[in-house]
Ligand binder design. Structure first.
Ligand code: AMP
Ligand code: GLY
Length: 417
């Protein structure tokens, strides 16, 4: 089977890395990919991200399965367009993607179905939002309703900070994503990333991870896409997994069904857990990045068979098995990220990392005259697998020391808490 993976991050690198191991894959393509993906798949230049152009490519290359990584393509209806052309696609359709592309859609769905989440209110007028904020307790959380590349969430510690956030959102800092905003209660507890997988008929758990979102050590600094992760999460045992499925995931899946929306693909719930009680922070309709880079290396079953079963509505016939190991990733980002940072800085020493020790997943790199150059904020991820989390952590940090990249930085405390 010819397979196309859409995206260019570390998540897509790990998806390609695992697909490549499957006996089912004939030719593996990635659109557009990066320098790391280029070593294992045929990378295609992304001349035009429109659905029509991607379909043309699929037809030309006899692509039988498309795996969509980033949310933007899903929110733009790429899955719907592919299905219309009878091309198998792993990733939900546009209506199901509302779970990520509209926070108010998700919050309303939670409220109607008693799904535990932070109390909230939605606003589309600045003055009303400010009036409301004058009477609230702090900290409080302010969110752009639409997609804002993980940056549209502000935790305001005071009324002054909340007003600055409101001004920025309504004055267009996140474009149309901030035209409507959600203001919600600040939840305390420990966060975890919970993944489920569905073929439209059934929904099953698909492992867990803990993500480190802040830029600097001790969870300080601005929020990022994720600076490191490990899997499985420490705080989710079998009982809690059942509780999460019963209280959050299955009611969401059923509520979508009631609305006539079929969910197929990965459903990623960002959770806050306190006293063994989970609350939903947000949904994503895709794998997390960097969670994917620690979850997929633990998968024992064939990924392509699972993806095909999802497309064909036959997930019930498939057993999803995991290796009994821990995995951990440390992300290397360009100094300055998540704010302004330079591109095209040179990275050396990747060849010194032994594959038995760690896997290098490229997030934002490109090959220029045989040199690896940085091409984004998050640039590399070093994943290690081991019998314990401590050993996996040690392996990743040892491997990182072999990389020479003066413009890069990374957190030193991934997996410590
Ligand atoms: P989101 O994009 O909704 O995942 O939010 C990004 C990050 O902001 C989350 O991973 C949390 O760390 C934090 N966050 C979002 N909503 C809340 C909340 N209601 N209470 C506490 N922290 C939150
Ligand atoms: N690591 C968080 C995300 O992928 O949204």
């Amino acid at each position: 089977m010819n397979i196309l993976v859409v995206g260019s991050g570390g998540r897509e690198h790990s998806i390609c890395w695992l697909i490549k191991k499957s006996p089912i894959v004939k030719k593996l393509y990635c659109l557009p990919g990066n320098a790391g993906i280029d070593e294992i798949a045929i990378c295609l230049p992304e001349e035009d991200p429109a659905n029509d152009s991607i379909i043309k490519i699929c037809k030309k290359l006899n692509i039988e399965l498309v795996v969509i990584g980033p949310e933007a393509y899903l929110a733009n209806g790429l899955a719907d367009a592919l299905l219309k052309e009878k091309i198998k696609v792993f990733g939900p359709n546009k209506s199901a993607s509302l779970l990520e592309s509209s926070k108010s859609f998700t919050k309303d769905l939670c409220l109607k179905n008693n799904i535990p989440t932070a109390k909230y209110k939605t606003f589309s007028q600045k003055s009303n939002a400010k009036k409301y904020l004058e009477k609230q307790k702090y900290p409080i959380v302010i969110k752009a309703d639409g997609l804002a590349s993980g940056k549209g969430v502000i935790i305001a510690k005071s009324i002054k900070e909340s007003f600055i956030a409101i001004d920025q959102l309504f004055d267009g800092k996140y474009g149309d994503a901030g035209k409507t905003i959600v203001i919600e209660e600040f939840l305390e507890g420990i966060e975890a990333s919970f993944f489920a997988i569905s073929d439209g008929n059934v929904i099953k758990p698909f492992s867990t991870a803990q993500d480190y979102k802040r830029a600097y050590d001790n969870n300080e600094g601005p929020n990022t896409g994720g600076m490191g992760a490990f899997s499985p999460a420490r705080n989710i045992d079998k009982d809690l997994e059942k509780k999460i499925m019963n209280l959050i995931i299955s009611p969401t899946f059923n509520a979508l069904k009631d609305k006539g929306i079929t969910y197929k693909g990965i459903l990623y719930a960002g959770l806050m857990i306190k006293d063994n009680s989970p609350k939903l922070i947000e949904y994503n309709v895709r794998f997390g990045d960097p969670e994917c880079q620690v979850i997929l290396p633990r998968l024992k079953s064939d990924i392509v068979s699972i993806m095909i079963a999802v497309c064909d509505g036959k997930l019930d016939e498939i057993k999803i098995e995991w290796l009994e190991i821990s995995s951990l990733i440390v992300i290397m980002a360009t100094k300055g990220y998540p704010n302004k940072y330079p591109l095209n800085t040179t990275i050396n020493g990747l060849e010194n990392i032994i594959s038995k020790e760690s896997i290098i997943f490229h997030s934002g790199t490109k090959l220029v005259n045989k040199e690896i150059k940085s091409n984004g904020g998050r640039v590399l991820g070093i994943t290690s697998l081991a019998s314990t989390l401590d050993i996996a952590r040690e392996k990743s940090y040892k491997s990182i020391e072999k990389i020479s990249w003066p413009n890069g930085f990374y957190r030193k405390d991934i997996g410590n808490f």
